[in-house]
Design a protein around this ligand. Structure first.
Ligand code: NAD
Ligand code: GLY
Length: 365
C-alpha cells in the first residue's frame, strides 16, 4: 500500500492506494469521528462493493442511499435523495458521508456533506480510475446545471481517501480509458518524466497490471496533491488541472450529459489544447504528435464531435469557471510537460483549432 498526505494544516488527510483496501477497517475507522454513517453509492457499484464497504462499519449506526447511475443524474434534484436519507434517519452534525463509486458519486456525496447541517464529515472510497487519480482528491464537489457542467458546488475536503485498486478489475474498458485521460494530463502539465513513463507503460495500464496501476495512481495523486496544497481554491495554479476541460466541458454539455464520458471529452479537449499550443508555436510538431499518439493508444477520442459547430462550441466554452470578467482563459502547453494559463489566444487561431480537430461526420467517440 502507498500512502500520500494532502497537507492542508488541520484539514490534512491521507490517500491510501493499493489492493484489498476495502477490507481495511483499521485504515477507515480512525477517520469516522461519530457513530452515524451514510454510504452514498449507485445502482451499478452498490451490488459490487457495498457489502464490503459496510462490513468495515460494523458496530456503527449505518445505512446506504443508492442513486441512479450516470452523469445525467448529477443534479440538485437527485442530490435531494441524500438529504432525504439523512433526515429520515435523523442523522446529526457528527455523521459521516462515505462516497462509494466514481467521480459522479464522489462529487455528489461531497457536495451533500458540505451542505448538510452546514457541513458533516466526508470520506471518499473511489472505484473508478478517474476517481482514484483525480476527483476523490482535492475537495471539488458539486452537481451539473443544464446550462453548465459542475456549476453548482463547493470546495470541501474529505477526511481520507481509500483507493482500492482491486475495484478497477470490474471497470469497463471504456471507463478505464476515460480515467487515463486525467492520468496523461498530469504528465502534460507538470511531470515530463511521468509522461515518458506513461509512453513506455501505457499497454501495462490497459492490461490492468496491478503494479503499473498503483504507480500511475500514486504519481497522479502526488501531482494533484502538490497543486491542491499550493492553491486549494483555484486562485491560479490549480487551473492547470483543467487542461482540456474548457473544450471538454463544452462537449459534455453540448452533446448532453453522459453521451461522451467525462474523460473522453477531456481527451478530445487535451488534443484541441495541444493543437492550439502548436499553432502559437509553443509546442513543436513532434510534441503535438506525441500527445495525439498517446491519447490514441489509450483508446481515447482525439476529435471533437461533428455536431458542435464553431458558434455553438464558443458559446458553450464561454460558460466556464475560468472565465474572468467575460474573458476566456485556457490551459495550454508551453512546452510539453509544462502547462500555462493564458488569455492571449486570438479568436482566429481558436477557430482554426476547432475547425482542424472536428471529427469529419462522426458522432459518439
Ligand atoms: P462515473 O462516476 O459516472 O463512473 C463511471 C461508470 O463506472 C459509472 O457507470 C459507474 O457506475 C461505473 N463504476 C464505478 N466504479 C465501478 C467499478 N469498480 N466497476 C464497475 N463499474 C464501476 O464517472 P467517473 O469517470 O468516475 O467520474 C466522472 C465525474 O467526475 C464527472 O462528473 C466529472 O465532472 C467528475 N470529476 C470531478 C473532479 C473533481 O475534482 N471533483 C475531477 C475530475 C472529474
Ligand atoms: N479536476 C480539477 C481540479 O480538481 O481542480
Amino acid at each position: 500500500m502507498q500512502t500520500l498526505v494532502v497537507e492542508l494544516g488541520d484539514r490534512s488527510y491521507p490517500i491510501y492506494i493499493g489492493p484489498g483496501l476495502l477490507g481495511r477497517a483499521d485504515l477507515l475507522r480512525p477517520h469516522i469521528p461519530g457513530r452515524q454513517v451514510l454510504v452514498v453509492s449507485n445502482e451499478t457499484v452498490a451490488p459490487l462493493y457495498l457489502e464490503q464497504a459496510e462490513a468495515m462499519l460494523a458496530g456503527l449506526q449505518h445505512g446506504a442511499v443508492i442513486l441512479p447511475d450516470g452523469e445525467r443524474y448529477k443534479t440538485l434534484e437527485v442530490l435531494n435523495r441524500v438529504f432525504d436519507a439523512l433526515l429520515e434517519r435523523r442523522f446529526g452534525r457528527n455523521c459521516t458521508l462515505i462516497a462509494l463509486g466514481g467521480g459522479v458519486i464522489g462529487d455528489m456525496a461531497g457536495f451533500a456533506a458540505a451542505c448538510y447541517q452546514r457541513g458533516v464529515h466526508f470520506i471518499q472510497l473511489p472505484t473508478t480510475l478517474l476517481a482514484q487519480v483525480d476527483s476523490s482528491v482535492g475537495g471539488k464537489t458539486g452537481v451539473n446545471h443544464p446550462l453548465g457542467k459542475n456549476m453548482i458546488g463547493a470546495f470541501y475536503q474529505p477526511r481520507c481517501v481509500l483507493a482500492d485498486t482491486d475495484t478497477l478489475n470490474t471497470l469497463p474498458d471504456r471507463e478505464l480509458s476515460a480515467g487515463l485521460a486525467e492520468v496523461i494530463k498530469y504528465g502534460l502539465i507538470r511531470d515530463l518524466p511521468f509522461l515518458e513513463w506513461l509512453e513506455a507503460h501505457l499497454e501495462d495500464l490497459l492490461e490492468r497490471q496491478p503494479a503499473a496501476l498503483v504507480y500511475a495512481i500514486e504519481q497522479s495523486c502526488r501531482n494533484k496533491a502538490e497543486i491542491v496544497v499550493a492553491d486549494e481554491r483555484e486562485s491560479g495554479l490549480r487551473a492547470l488541472l483543467n487542461l482540456g476541460h474548457t473544450f471538454g466541458h463544452a462537449i459534455e454539455t453540448g452533446m448532453g450529459y453522459g453521451l461522451w464520458l467525462h474523460g473522453e471529452a477531456v481527451a478530445a479537449g487535451i488534443r484541441l489544447a495541444a493543437d492550439l499550443s502548436a499553432r502559437l508555436g509553443w509546442l513543436q510538431p513532434d510534441e503535438l504528435e506525441r500527445v495525439v499518439g498517446l491519447l490514441h493508444r489509450a483508446r481515447l477520442p482525439v476529435h471533437s464531435p461533428a455536431e458542435l459547430d464553431d458558434e455553438e462550441f464558443l458559446k458553450l466554452m464561454a460558460v466556464d469557471k475560468k472565465v474572468q470578467d467575460g474573458r476566456l482563459r485556457l490551459v495550454l502547453l508551453q512546452p510539453l510537460g509544462h502547462g500555462v494559463i493564458t488569455e492571449q489566444v486570438e479568436p482566429v487561431l481558436l477557430r482554426a483549432t476547432l475547425d482542424a480537430c472536428r471529427q469529419p461526420g462522426g458522432a459518439i467517440p
